[in-house]
Design a protein around this ligand. Structure first.
Ligand SMILES: C[S@@+](CC[C@H](N)C(=O)[O-])C[C@H]1O[C@@H](n2cnc3c(N)ncnc32)[C@H](O)[C@@H]1O
Length: 367
């Protein structure tokens, strides 16, 4: 698949990050193209770009020095890679989350997130911080627009105008209204069957209730370990369980979602002394010292943005192997059909089944 986007007078080279063997996956989509064609010529001042998956929009608008906000650590790396590929400068502000801006924002572009509660959070924030009447353009492919989107956008935005459909994508342009969220967007709940109280910022994985796989994993936390990593920690539910089962262990929790690490930080800080844990915003275990852990717990993701893919799980398993000391254990949960045992066997040589039910399997790989 080509990595070159040609759109009227715009030509960009764009690659996904990390690169994947799935050749049908490219680094931009028809919704990005619509923003470049319809919205970019209308920008007359400071542009704010939110949730630009692989930096295509950041590259297209680079000469405008946009403020670029993305919850995903990996997306920040993708932006940097693609700006370099096109000889473009890095925007002055690449942020993990919205924060008050001194200058007036002319236009906001939001690439529709998969998680509508995160969209609500973004729109609520914009309504609370930008003057009423600021233009907000939401872009997505039609198949990614749920029926509930209409209610959300109508609550937060005025004068909503849908664009014409092009290549099965559409823009929804509206104006900030000042209307705020009707209920709290940071959710607090107790994880089912545990005494863990969890704070969940809006873009945190399983932020509304415990993930089924995480729930199963809670009964299978090994003991007797001193250096434990929760890889892809989300709200930190596995890290909390690991700390409880291994009271003398140091816990390192890692996620690429800023809202994930924000939630995890709050949840671990409530349960543990600061010296006993660290929470990192990172791409898997990049730059971690080799042989620095003796247990890695992992409930891997099986999609990146909208695409179903196993390359992040692969990267997590490889990074776990590098980070584990000899004799260290990687404990993974996954859907049976994902075939993680084959991958782990290839990497570690030997894999053991710890527990299984009709849908999930928990596996151990020892280095
Ligand atoms: C299936 S969820 C598990 C979350 C939590 N551990 C649980 O069991 O509920 C996978 C997590 O991996 C994170 N993730 C995805 N890609 C990642 C990457 N490249 N590096 C670190 N974390 C990543 C996601 O943000 C998500 O929180």
């Amino acid at each position: 698949m080509s990595d070159t986007l040609n759109l009227e007078s715009l030509t960009l080279r764009l690659r996904r990050f990390p690169e994947t063997q799935q050749s049908e996956l490219i680094a931009w989509d028809a919704a990005d193209e619509l923003l470049m064609l319809n919205a970019l010529p209308q920008v007359n001042g400071q542009l704010l770009i939110i949730n630009d998956h692989f930096g295509a929009l950041g590259c297209a608008a680079a000469r405008l020095n946009p403020i670029w906000v993305n919850d995903s650590f990996v997306a920040h790396q993708a932006l940097k890679q693609n700006l370099d590929l096109n000889g473009q400068p890095q925007p002055d502000r690449c942020l993990a989350d919205l924060e008050p801006f001194e200058e007036q924002i002319d236009q906001v572009w939001i690439k529709l997130p998969r998680n509508l509660r995160y969209l609500e959070y973004l729109l609520d924030w914009l309504n609370g911080h930008l003057p009423q009447g600021t233009t907000v353009v939401i872009a997505a492919r039609l198949k990614e627009m749920p029926t509930t989107l209409k209610g959300v956008t109508e609550h937060y935005l005025d004068d909503i105008q849908p664009s014409r459909i092009r290549k099965k994508a559409r823009l929804l342009s509206g104006k900030t209204s000042g209307r705020r969220a009707r209920s709290p967007l940071v959710l607090n709940w107790q994880a089912q069957g545990t005494d863990f109280q969890l704070e969940n910022h809006p873009n945190t994985f399983a932020g509304q209730k415990l993930d089924v796989a995480a729930h199963l994993m809670l009964n299978q936390i090994p003991t007797g370990h001193r250096r434990i990593v929760d890889l892809g920690c989300g709200n930190g539910i596995l890290a909390l369980a690991a700390a409880k089962a291994n009271p003398d262990a140091h816990i390192l929790a890692v996620d690429e979602s800023w809202h994930g690490v924000t939630s995890c930080q709050a949840n671990l800080a409530r349960a543990l002394p600061q010296a006993q844990f660290q929470v990192l915003w990172n791409d898997c275990l990049t730059d971690l010292d080799p042989e620095s852990a003796d247990l890695v717990l992992c409930n891997p993701p099986f999609h990146q943005q909208q695409a179903i893919t196993d390359h992040i799980a692969w990267q997590m398993f490889r990074d776990a192997k590098r980070t584990l000391a000899t004799g260290g254990r990687l404990r993974v949960i996954g859907n049976r059909h994902l075939g993680y045992h084959i991958k782990l066997k290839r990497l570690f040589g030997k894999v053991e089944t710890v527990a299984a039910n009709a849908k999930f399997v928990i596996l151990d790989a020892i280095k």
